[in-house]
Ligand binder design. Structure first.
Ligand code: PEP
Ligand code: MG
Length: 592
C-alpha cells in the first residue's frame, strides 16, 4: 500500500503491551520486503555481474553452513536439516541457470534477476498440490533475503546498532529482537502483529520499554522519521500530533510519573491484607540484570526467572558455567529471598528469528518447553546441574514449564535425580532438598492438579498460556485478541481448581501469568486462595496497594460471587463495579 505524503494527526488503536508514554521520531524497521529495483548493466559488465552473483551464492552458502554447524552442535543434527534444505535451494541448477540467462538476456542487475526468477518459482510451487513443495516457499524466502542482502552488500540490521533515540515501528518483532534493544536508543516500539501476553510484550514490560502491539496495518501508514506519540497504557499511537496534543500528553506523562512516585512509597511495606493474610509479591524476570529493578519495585523475590532468555540473548545454549553464574547472580541479589528458576521454555514464539528455528504449523502446540527438554536430556541435564550448583544457599527452587501430566513430571524429576547423582559423585555441593514445582498452564494439568500436587512441592499458575490453551486462542495473534479473555468462567474455574488441589495436598501455590498484574483480578485471586503473585516488576506497587486495602474474608466472598457468574461480560461488569466502589473510576488501567 502506498503511504500518503502528508498526514493529519491520527490515532491508531492497538493492544497495550508495556506501559509508559513516549514521544519521538519513527525508525521504520522494514525487514520483510527488500526493495530491489531493475538496473540495466552495460554489455561489457555482464560477465562481472554474473561473477558477482556466483560470489554471493558462495558467500550465502558459507553463512548457512556455519549456522548449520552451530545449530547441530548446540541443538541437534536433526534441527540443522532446515539449513541443508536452504543450501539445496542455493545449489539448484535450474534456478541459477535461469538467473544467469536473465542477466545475459535482459542485462538486468543480479539481485533483480534473482528476485524475478524466485518469484516465478514461488508462484509455480504455490499452485502445487504437494504440501511439502508448498512449504518449501518459506525456505526459499529465507534464502532469497540472505542472498539479496549479500548481493547488495548490506549487513543484517541488528537493533543493537541503533544509537539515536527513536520509536521503533515494525510489522513484527521477535523476543530475540527485543532482548537486544538498548533502552537509551529505543524509546518504545509499535508493531502490527502480536498480543498483550506475547513474549515480545512481556519482555518489553520487564525492560521498561513502552510498547503497543497488534496495530494491524499501522506500518503501512507511517513514514520514517515522522513524530509520533506512543501510549503503552491505552495502547494507542498518534501520528503527527499538533502542539495542543503534545501538551496534553506531556501532562499525562507527568501525571503517570507522579502516580508511580506515590506508589513507590509502599516499597518496603508487606503485601498483607487488613486482616493479616500475607501474599508473597514477587517479580518475573528474563535476565539476571532484571533482578535489580525487581528489588527496586519492592519484589519479595523472583517468582519466575524465564531462563530461556539466556539462550535468546546469545542465540545459542549457554554453557553449564555460564548458566550457573547467571543463576548465582540472581540468587545472591535476592538473598535471603528466593528465586524460582524455570527450566528452558523454548519454542512457541521463542525460537522466532533465531538460528535453530524449526518450522512447525502450530508452534504453541508443538515442540516447546518441557517437551523439547525431555527430547534433549543431555542439554536439560546441563541446565539442571547449573541450577543445583547455584543452590548452595538454599534460596533456589526449580520449576518445570508446560507439564501436562504426572508421567512428564516424573521423567523430568528422574533427569534431575541423575544431575544430583553426578554432582554428588564429584562432591560438588548443592541443596539436596531443593523444592521442585511445576507451572500449571495447560488445562490438563489443572484438571490433574490433585495427582500432580502429590508429586511436587509447589504450583505456579501460568495464566498467559492457560488462557490460550483453554480458549484455543493464540496469545500472540492480534486478529483474535478480543477472544483472549482471562475472565472467562472456564479459565477462572481451572484456576480455582488448581488452588484447591494445592491446598488440599498442603503445597504452596502462586500465579505468575499476566493476570497477576491486572488490578481487576487481585481481590479475586487473593480470595481464591493464592499464596503468591508474581508479575513484571513495575506492576508490583499497584497490586500491593490493592492487597493492603482489602480484607481476606471479603475477598473470599468476592471470589465466591464471581465464580457463580456465567459469562465474561457479567464477570467483568461485576469486577469493574466492585473495583470502582473501592478505588474510584479512572484507576482501573494497569499501572496507573
Ligand atoms: C504463563 O504462561 O503464564 C507464563 C508465566 O509463562 P510464559 O509467559 O513465559 O509462557
Ligand atoms: Mg507459559
Amino acid at each position: 500500500m502506498r503511504k500518503p505524503d502528508k498526514q493529519v494527526c491520527t490515532i491508531y488503536r492497538g493492544i497495550p503491551a508495556s506501559p509508559g508514554v513516549v514521544i519521538g521520531k519513527v525508525f521504520l524497521l522494514d525487514r520483510e520486503s527488500i526493495e530491489v529495483a531493475e538496473e540495466k548493466i552495460p554489455e561489457n559488465e555482464v560477465a562481472k555481474e554474473i561473477l558477482k552473483f556466483k560470489k554471493a551464492l558462495n558467500d550465502t552458502k558459507e553463512e548457512l553452513l556455519k549456522t548449520k554447524e552451530k545449530v547441530a552442535k548446540r541443538i541437534d543434527p536433526d534441527h540443522a536439516k532446515i539449513f541443508e534444505a536452504q543450501i539445496m535451494i542455493l545449489e539448484d541448477e535450474l534456478i541459477n541457470n535461469a538467473v544467469v540467462e536473465k542477466i545475459k538476456k535482459t542485462k538486468s542487475n543480479a539481485e533483480y534477476a534473482y528476485k524475478k526468477v524466485i518469484e516465478r518459482t514461488i508462484q509455480t510451487l504455490s499452485t502445487s498440490k504437494d504440501e511439502y513443495l508448498k512449504e518449501r516457499t518459506m525456505d526459499i524466502n529465507a534464502v532469497t533475503n540472505r542472498l539479496i542482502y549479500n548481493l547488495l552488500g548490506i549487513k543484517h540490521l541488528t537493533l543493537e546498532s541503533i544509537d539515536s533515540p527513536v520509536i521503533l515501528v515494525a510489522r513484527s518483532l521477535s523476543p530475540g529482537d527485543v532482548v537486544h534493544m538498548k533502552k537509551e536508543s529505543i524509546l518504545g516500539f509499535a508493531t502490527d502483529m502480536g498480543g498483550g501476553t506475547s513474549h515480545v510484550a512481556l519482555l518489553a514490560k520487564s525492560m521498561g520499554i513502552p510498547a503497543v502491539v497488534g496495530l494491524k496495518n499501522f506500518f503501512d501508514q507511517i513514514r520514517d522519521k515522522q513524530t509520533i506519540i506512543l501510549d503503552g497504557i491505552r495502547g494507542e499511537v498518534l501520528i503527527c500530533p499538533d502542539q495542543q496534543t503534545l501538551k496534553e500528553y506531556d501532562k499525562r506523562r507527568k501525571y503517570l510519573l507522579q502516580k508511580s512516585a506515590e506508589l513507590s512509597e509502599l516499597k518496603s511495606l508487606p503485601a498483607k491484607t487488613q486482616d493479616g493474610r500475607k501474599i508473597e509479591l514477587s517479580a518475573n524476570i528474563e535476565l539476571p540484570s532484571d533482578a535489580d529493578s525487581a528489588l527496586e519495585y519492592g519484589a519479595e523475590g523472583v517468582g519466575l526467572f524465564r531462563t530461556e532468555y539466556l539462550y535468546i540473548a546469545q542465540s545459542g545454549f549457554p554453557t553449564e558455567d555460564e548458566q550457573c553464574k547467571a543463576y548465582l547472580e540472581v540468587a545472591e541479589k535476592v538473598y535471603p529471598k528466593s528465586v524460582i528458576l524455570r527450566t528452558f521454555d523454548l519454542g512457541g514464539d521463542k525460537f522466532n528469528g533465531h538460528a535453530g528455528s524449526l518450522y512447525e504449523t502450530n508452534p504453541f502446540l508443538g515442540w516447546r518447553a518441557i517437551r523439547a527438554c525431555l527430547d534433549l536430556p543431555e542439554m536439560f541435564k546441563i541446565q539442571l546441574r547449573a541450577m543445583l550448583r547455584a543452590s548452595v544457599k538454599k534460596n533456589i527452587k526449580i520449576m518445570f514449564p508446560m507439564i501436562s501430566e504426572v508421567q512428564e513430571l516424573r521423567q523430568a524429576k528422574a533427569i534431575l535425580q541423575e544431575a544430583k547423582d553426578e554432582l554428588r559423585r564429584k562432591r560438588i555441593p548443592f541443596d539436596d532438598q531443593i523444592p521442585v514445582g511445576i507451572m500449571v498452564e495447560i488445562p490438563s494439568a489443572a484438571l490433574a492438579g490433585d495427582a500432580l500436587a502429590k508429586e511436587c512441592d509447589f504450583f505456579s499458575i501460568g495464566t498467559n498460556d492457560l488462557i490460550q490453551y483453554t480458549l484455543a486462542v493464540d496469545r500472540g495473534n492480534e486478529r483474535i485478541a478480543h477472544l483472549y479473555q482471562g475472565f472467562h468462567p472456564a479459565v477462572l474455574k481451572l484456576i480455582k481448581q488448581t488452588i484447591d488441589s494445592a491446598s488440599k495436598n498442603g503445597i504452596w501455590v502462586g500465579l505468575c501469568g499476566e493476570m497477576a498484574a491486572d488490578p481487576l483480578a487481585t481481590t479475586l485471586l487473593v480470595g481464591m486462595g493464592v499464596d503468591e503473585l508474581s508479575t513484571s516488576a513495575m506492576a508490583i506497587p499497584q497490586i500491593k496497594k490493592i492487597i493492603r486495602s482489602i480484607k481476606f474474608e471479603d475477598a473470599k466472598k468476592h471470589a465466591q460471587e464471581v465464580l457463580k457468574l456465567s459469562t465474561i461480560d457479567e464477570i467483568k461488569k461485576f469486577l469493574i463495579e466492585e473495583y470502582t466502589k473501592r478505588f474510584g473510576r479512572d484507576n482501573k488501567n494497569k499501572f496507573v
